[in-house]
Design a protein around this ligand. Structure first.
Ligand code: ADP
Ligand code: MG
Ligand code: MG
Length: 206
């Protein structure tokens, strides 16, 4: 298949496997501060990747669009529409052929979509706290002329550092803000999921 769609499809299928394997971990994190369904939500949305049917010359955007739409329309709750928006916006800007500068733009556009929809600021203890450092890392890599594989590996590292920093934050968005005082010391489940999406990207996109 043309235009890097195979790699994007493998990336999305790897996400589906990860969300299947890590179902309990993500539900347990969400059970502390939310309603315990975050893993179930992510698994349901990404299951669409397993049954994707794409034509021979489909574009990468088509794979991201179909999984993004499944997240937006089949997953209730805050995270489905937000992760779906991330994939739709990143997909609409996905570079063909893939490049560091192009992926940096796609991820920044995905982040802009999530913020436009969810209004989260840095430090609110959400998925955005994993995504902002990843977008900034990709932009720095693009300026420095780094190849895409290196850039995505660094972006995944940055996302994981952002994920870990959510443990020290007080929740200001979503259900978790209702128990803001208890939120300190616990990782934000959406930030864990966002770092999974970026780590699997680093493993499959080059
Ligand atoms: P729900 O809270 O509706 O049950 P999930 O449990 O699937 O949905 O998702 C919770 C995650 O969604 C949180 O961990 C957080 O990362 C993310 N989230 C919630 N609200 C927002 C928001 N306004 N902006 C960005 N991310 C958000
Ligand atoms: Mg939940
Ligand atoms: Mg819920």
């Amino acid at each position: 298949m043309a235009n890097g769609v195979t790699a994007v499809l493998e990336w999305l299928r790897e996400c589906a496997r990860e969300f299947d394997e890590r179902l309990d971990e993500l539900n347990d994190l969400d059970r502390v501060l939310g309603d315990g369904d975050h893993g179930t939500n992510m698994r349901r949305g990404f299951a669409a990747a397993e049954s994707l049917q794409l034509s021979e010359n489909a574009r990468a955007f088509e794979a991201l669009r179909q999984v993004g739409m499944a997240l937006v329309s089949n997953v209730g709750g805050a995270s489905g529409p937000l992760f779906g928006t991330f994939l739709l916006r990143a997909g609409a800007n996905w570079p063909s052929p893939p490049s560091t500068a192009g992926v940096a733009i796609a991820v920044r556009q995905g982040l802009n979509g999530v913020v436009a929809r969810g209004k989260a600021d840095a430090g609110d203890k959400t998925m955005v706290d994993a995504l902002i450092p990843a977008a900034e890392s990709l932009e720095a890599s693009a300026r420095n002329g780094e190849d895409l594989q290196t850039a995505l590996a660094k972006a995944a590292d940055a996302a994981e550092a952002g994920r870990d920093a959510t443990a020290g934050m007080v929740a200001k968005r979503g259900r978790a803000h209702l128990r803001a005082d208890e939120s300190v010391g616990v990782l934000d489940p959406g930030a864990v999921s966002m770092s999974i999406i970026l780590r699997t990207a680093a493993q499959h996109i080059s």
